[in-house]
Design a protein around this ligand. Structure first.
Ligand code: ZN
Length: 173
């Protein structure tokens, strides 16, 4: 079976050229001039609206699609803000608005937050994804398809070299 016979389905590694724009036409992200995005279809590695739209596509096929916030990075949650005392941050952290922080809660879960505002004694953190509330406009092209290896399925991510974890350093476990 060659990749020409494959269509996008669960447990296949999809190589995808993509451009992501917002409503105002601003390009937020693109694979142009870079390697295509690679992920295992059906494993929730990309936003649900994009993953759903890819099913059945063939290698070489292109699509323009619009993904609403609830199928993208979620709606903007006005309650997803938290005030933290400045003393909670290590002295070497240079706080500035827009700075992304990786925080670990008491259960060991990692969360991403952004500095929304710096106040005299406290910092306002925004736990919304930076693209929450945005309608996403994708231009995509499937440039490769192959079955994921057993090890990739086990790890739930793509390996970039045949004998282990590749240069992209995706391995986080
Ligand atoms: Zn791995």
């Amino acid at each position: 079976m060659t990749e020409r016979d494959l269509i996008v389905a669960d447990d296949l590694v999809v190589s995808l050229d993509y451009t992501l724009q917002l409503d105002d036409g601003e390009t937020i992200d693109t694979s142009e001039g870079d390697e295509p995005l690679e992920f295992i279809q059906g494993h929730g590695e990309i936003v649900p609206g994009l993953e759903q739209a890819l099913y059945g596509m063939t290698v070489g096929e292109e699509k323009d699609l619009v993904v609403q916030p609830d199928e993208g990075y979620g709606e903007l949650d006005p309650d997803a803000y938290q005030v933290i005392p400045r003393s909670a941050f290590p002295g070497e952290v240079e706080l500035e608005p827009g700075l992304g922080l990786e925080l670990t809660d008491e259960d060991g879960e990692t969360m991403l937050a952004f500095v929304a505002e710096i106040r005299p004694d406290t910092v306002l953190l925004d736990f919304n994804h930076p693209l929450a509330g945005e309608t996403l406009h994708f231009k995509v092209k499937v440039v490769g398809l192959r079955p994921a290896t057993a090890e990739e399925l086990d790890h739930d991510h793509v390996h970039f070299s045949p004998d282990g974890h590749g240069p992209n350093g995706l391995e986080v476990q």
